[in-house]
Write a protein that binds this ligand. Structure first.
Ligand code: 13P
Length: 249
């Protein structure tokens, strides 16, 4: 069984004052904890400070995207090497908000994930269908295409994480049913095993979309769910820790 990963995604939320929540999370878990891995992916402006404030704790810090290149004339962008330098160990790539807001294609996502691997970060590669794709019965095709296009060629099964985030469940309070989650996670696992052989059984597959302390136990109990990628409920230390504790049971 892959080790469970409970990951937060603060998105474009958080000022220096909110680092108090990061400190509360890192102080609440024992440094030697052997339970689930715990991660907060933060806006780039907070990564260095959050890393130093959680140094030596069980909490890891990640970024929310990265540029494919290591450096150069790309005003406003941040490279995977810069995230690593600031103390990150993970980075989210291909979140549906970036696919929609910034036109990030599967090919771009794959190059971002490759950049993460180059820099020594673990990419969390996001896939997920829109509501109209689900209504059209295209879920499995959409996920298969995203999986084929978004995982870089040089990836090893243990070096990446996949997150299934149905777009219609993000920030809507509308959570996917256990059956819907199980169907897609099974498909993702099959695709990983096809690609990586037996090693594909070790890749973590996270669920994301309106996860909260009230529904986390059920979601985390679904077959092939190896953790969560949590937006809104990761902004408050109490809620995020409640989900972590459910995962640790
Ligand atoms: P919410 O938990 O706010 O629905 O966000 C999920 C998400 O997009 C995590 O990446």
């Amino acid at each position: 069984m892959p080790r469970t990963l409970i990951a937060g995604n603060w998105k474009m939320n958080g000022l220096i004052a909110n680092l108090a929540e990061v400190e509360r999370v890192s102080a609440a878990v024992s440094p030697s904890s052997e339970g689930p891995e715990l991660l907060l992916c933060l806006p780039a402006t907070l990564i260095a400070a959050a890393s130093s404030r959680s140094d030596g704790s069980h909490l890891k810090i990640g970024g929310e995207t990265c540029h494919p290149k290591e450096k150069g004339a790309h005003t406003g962008d941040i490279s995977a090497e810069m995230l690593k330098d600031a103390g990150a160990s993970y980075v989210i790539v291909g979140h549906s908000e970036r696919r929609a807001d910034c036109g990030e294609t599967d090919q771009i996502v794959a190059s971002q994930a490759a950049a993460a691997l180059r820099a020594g970060l673990t990419p969390i590669i996001c896939v997920g269908e829109t509501l109209s794709q689900r209504d059209a019965g295209d879920v499995l095709d959409v996920i298969s295409t995203q999986m084929a296009g978004s995982i870089p060629e040089n990836a090893a099964a243990g070096a990446i994480v996949v997150a299934y985030e149905p777009v219609w469940a993000i920030g809507t309070g509308r959570v996917a049913s256990s059956e819907q989650i199980a169907e897609v996670h099974r498909l993702v696992r099959d695709l990983l095993v096809k690609r990586f052989g037996d090693a594909g059984r070790g890749t973590r597959i996270l669920y994301g979309g309106s996860m909260n302390p009230g529904n986390a136990a059920e979601i985390l109990g679904v077959d092939e769910v190896n953790g969560g990628l949590i937006g809104g409920a990761s902004l408050k230390a109490d809620d995020f820790l409640a989900i972590y504790r459910l995962a640790a049971q």
